[in-house]
Design a protein around this ligand. Structure first.
Ligand SMILES: Nc1nc2c(ncn2[C@@H]2O[C@H](COP(=O)(O)OP(=O)(O)OP(=O)(O)O)[C@@H](O)[C@H]2O)c(=O)[nH]1
Ligand SMILES: [Mg+2]
Length: 799
């Protein structure tokens, strides 16, 4: 027989950490309340017949938000064989409130006091036996994070499942018990005996859901109402408050008996850190600096080194193992370049180009002057086409010279790249040319272009995992709440955004923690503005290829996303559709934890692996489609296949041509950029995949930045659109969300490009006017009064 054990407990008490430890899964863990929003099942290690169910956190069995309903319904309707109640040992008083309710359900309960490592470090003491006696169930101590006592806890729950049910020890005051006894008799005698007490108490509290579920007759209801009113009169309070208060009094007595706090008047370390990072004036600057560092390191510095190796080495010509031989090779190349490549003729051509102001010429020249072949190679790769277009073609000399250049494989330990190996392999078996093209240009080129960015993503994911699990991200939601409450927004909307910087899909799902339906819709619509992991390659590509790795490009993409969310929030809040008071935000700040290295690496790998899987499936397929689209086409009125076909003649080119006019006002009305944008709807990584297959075409920096803006903000990938559809639960709202995102993205890119052109002195009249209209509209929306301004301001002040 299968035994089902539910993990129930307050938000952020460590249920998912325990679930992962017990089942070997990799569910998402973060240091703030409301991480888990769906129930997850897994098999207990070494016990084939035991299923563990991880539930969203709940404070009580009276749910307010969607994810709390998930937890309550599971406990009450599906009735697990046992409940393993996870209790945060550093916050016993509040956590036991739920425990008192769980023991009334008539399901065997085992209480696991978690975070014992912290409790012990604080020098506090919990008397387990006394607690167990007071609650009427077994109590064990664990540390889910350190893996201490976790198996014992699970086994205790398995034991309990087959043993007797838990009998609640707590009795309410006489008047209440009297009413409950009557209710049991009148309304719930048909239910199994062990469930009667819980239902009776809920009826006493006048819980709508339970009353609805039981469907009592009018006479029964009237009868019960009398009993409840009698108790209310005697105790002079409403029924629900009576129950709540009596529970807290009872818990207070338990705490008094069973818990010894080491008295310490001084501030804890968490409090001291919070004094700084949530400081009224310092909080935002500190957040900005942290995110700049995170994006700068992951995209520009360490990230670039890793990505260069992946792109040019593993998915390029090859690389020197541990750098052995690369120094000698560089020296030899520089010597060779001085003699053969950087001829007087080349240098003077580039010099003239630089004087004429051609994009990239100064970079090429600079690398020659520095005698740095690596830099030259990169600059030449990026700008040779742009130079040639303006009549400064140096490719003939350079390409001819490169034919005779020293072979890197002759130095040190050389590992050839995957494309080289594959090509050699295909040559050996005598593969047909078209198939070779498909494999090399389509599959290896397309998938490789995406996989090449995985190291960068992994580095970003390490940072995110650290910030999330140490507890800093929870502070940001808190700080944001303080500011945006003024605009009628709730800080709860920022939690989905923080999760969304990994992937938009869980970000959108995290919106379930928002009770207010209008705020929840608004959050779903704006969450994907934040750059997710898959947008990182686009940012990295543009930052390195067009901005020479300027430090500000990557962080600016993040702040652009934040700004888009804030501006959208304020604008939407002022429309009738979304007007209303911000939901109260009662998140308590979790204590800071040092996350374990294992947990951070696990979280990084979990997110990274899903990208790699995507590269092997959806990106593989779409790379093949793109390759085919660029090889089939119409030449001289005939449909032909030609791997060397001009892009304009191919099917893909025709598609791009048909739509690229749309993007012309944004500065990237070229075929490749249009195709890349469309493919971005399939998966955002595909944007770089397209450039990988079709190779990068010179754009001005401004146009490239507008391209970045548009692709960051426009409709997300299919997977995220699917998530929006599920969470909105309405086709109309889904289309509205996508439409809003695309229009917003278009407006933002238009403003960036047209005003940028104006500042650089090459603006055009119509474009500038359009940009100013967009800007004026946004400013109007931002400053116009709220629809219900009076009530809103009043309420905010009261809070
Ligand atoms: N120090 C310490 N930290 C722990 C322990 N168990 C969990 N944590 C940390 O507590 C935080 C919350 O853990 P989760 O497992 O996500 O909590 P949860 O109960 O699933 O939270 P929700 O899904 O929001 O209900 C994470 O930062 C964990 O690393 C423990 O035994 N000791
Ligand atoms: Mg959880």
């Amino acid at each position: 027989m299968k035994i089902k054990i539910a993990l129930a407990g307050n938000p952020n008490s460590g249920k998912t950490t325990l679930f992962n430890a017990l089942t070997g899964s990799n569910q998402f863990v973060g240091n703030w309340p409301g991480v888990t929003v769906e129930k997850k099942e897994g098999r207990l290690k070494k016990h084939d017949n035991v299923v563990i169910v991880d539930l969203p956190g709940i404070y009580s069995l009276s749910p307010y938000t969607l994810e709390e309903v998930v937890a309550r319904s599971f406990l009450i309707q599906e009735r697990p064989d046992a409940i393993l109640n996870i209790v945060d040992g550093t916050n016993l008083e509040r956590n036991l409130y739920l425990t008192t309710q769980l023991t009334e359900l008539g399901i065997p309960v085992v209480v696991a006091i978690n975070m014992m490592d912290v409790v012990e470090k604080n020098g506090d003491k919990i008397r387990i036996e006394a607690l167990s006696e007071a609650l009427g169930c077994k109590v064990v101590e664990i540390s889910a994070l350190r893996g201490k006592g976790v198996m014992e806890a699970a086994e205790a729950a398995v034991q309990a499942a087959s043993a007797e049910r838990t009998v609640p020890m707590h009795r309410f005051s006489g008047a209440v018990e009297h009413a409950i006894a009557h209710i049991e008799e009148v309304a719930v005698h048909g239910l199994p005996e062990e469930q009667q007490r819980w239902y009776a108490i809920k009826i006493f509290e006048r819980d709508d859901k339970v009353l609805g579920q039981l469907g009592l007759s009018e006479t029964d209801r009237a009868h019960i109402a009398k009993d409840i009113e009698a108790a209310e009169k005697e105790l002079d309070d409403d029924a629900e408050s009576i129950i709540t208060n009596e529970r807290y009094v009872y818990i207070g007595s338990i705490i008094h008996q069973c818990y010894k706090k080491k008295s310490s008047g001084s501030l804890t370390v968490s409090d001291k850190i919070d004094k700084v990072v949530t400081n009224r004036f310092l909080a935002l600057p500190i957040f900005a600096v942290i995110m700049v560092i995170v994006y700068y390191i992951s995209v520009t510095t360490v990230g670039t080194i890793a990505t260069d190796w992946a792109n040019d080495g593993v998915f390029g010509d090859g690389w020197h193992l541990f750098g052995i031989g690369s120094g000698e090779y560089d020296d030899a190349m520089t010597e060779y370049a001085k003699e053969t490549i950087w001829t007087d003729e080349v240098v003077s051509t580039v010099q003239t180009a630089k004087d004429a102001g051609v994009v990239g010429a100064d970079e090429v020249l600079g690398s020659i002057e520095d005698e740095d072949f690596g830099a030259f190679d990169e600059a030449y790769g990026s700008y040779a086409d742009a130079l040639a277009e303006d009549g400064f073609d140096i490719s003939e000399t350079v390409d001819a010279a490169m034919e005779e250049a020293p072979d890197p494989a002759a130095y040190g330990v050389w590992i050839p790249g995957i494309p080289v190996l594959v090509e050699n392999g295909l040559d050996v078996i005598g593969c047909a040319d078209w198939l070779k093209g498909l494999i090399l240009d389509g599959i290896v080129g397309g998938v490789g272009a995406v996989l090449g960015f995985v190291p960068q993503m992994l580095i970003l994911f390490i940072f995110l995992a650290f910030l999330e699990s140490c507890g800093y991200m929870a502070r940001i939601a808190f700080v944001m709440d303080r500011i945006f409450r003024k605009f009628g927004l709730s800080g709860k909307s920022f939690i989905p955004m923080l999760i969304g910087s990994g992937c938009g899909v869980p970000g959108i799902m995290a919106s379930r923690t928002i009770e207010n339906e209008r705020d929840r819709r608004m959050t779903i619509m704006t969450t994907t503005f934040i750059p997710c992991g898959a947008k990182l390659p686009i940012i990295a590509l543009i930052a390195t290829a067009l901005f020479g790795g300027a430090w500000w490009v990557a962080p600016s993409a993040y702040f652009l996303g934040v700004a888009a969310i804030v501006i959208s929030g304020i604008m939407l809040k002022k429309t009738k559709m979304f007007a209303g008071d911000p939901a109260p935000f009662v998140m308590e700040l979790p204590a800071y934890h040092w996350p374990t290295v294992g947990n951070i690496l696990r979280s990084m790998w979990e997110r990274g692996w899903s990208f790699i899987k995507k590269a092997g499936t959806i990106i593989l397929l779409s790379s093949i489609v793109i390759w085919a689209g660029s090889c089939f086409g119409m030449v001289d009125g005939q449909f032909v296949f030609d791997a060397e076909m001009e892009l304009e003649a191919s099917l893909l080119g025709m598609l791009g041509n048909a739509i690229c006019w749309i993007f012309a006002p944004l500065g990237f009305g070229n075929i490749k950029a249009a195709i890349a944008t469309i493919m971005g709807l399939v998966a955002k990584e595909e944007v770089v995949g397209v450039f990988g297959v079709l190779d990068f075409e010179g754009m001005t920096q401004l146009a490239a930045y507008a391209f970045l803006v548009f692709n960051l903000l426009c409709a997300p990938c299919f997977a995220a659109i699917g998530a929006i559809r599920r969470e909105m639960n309405s086709a109309k709202w889904t289309w509205f969300a996508i439409g809003y995102q695309c229009v917003f993205a278009y407006g933002a890119a238009l403003v960036v490009y047209q005003l940028g052109m104006l500042f650089t002195g090459s603006g055009n009249v119509i474009g500038s006017i359009a940009a100013f209209i967009v800007l004026a509209f946004v400013v109007y929306m931002l400053v116009r009064p709220y629809k219900e301004s009076q009530t809103l301001r009043e309420k905010v002040r009261v809070q």
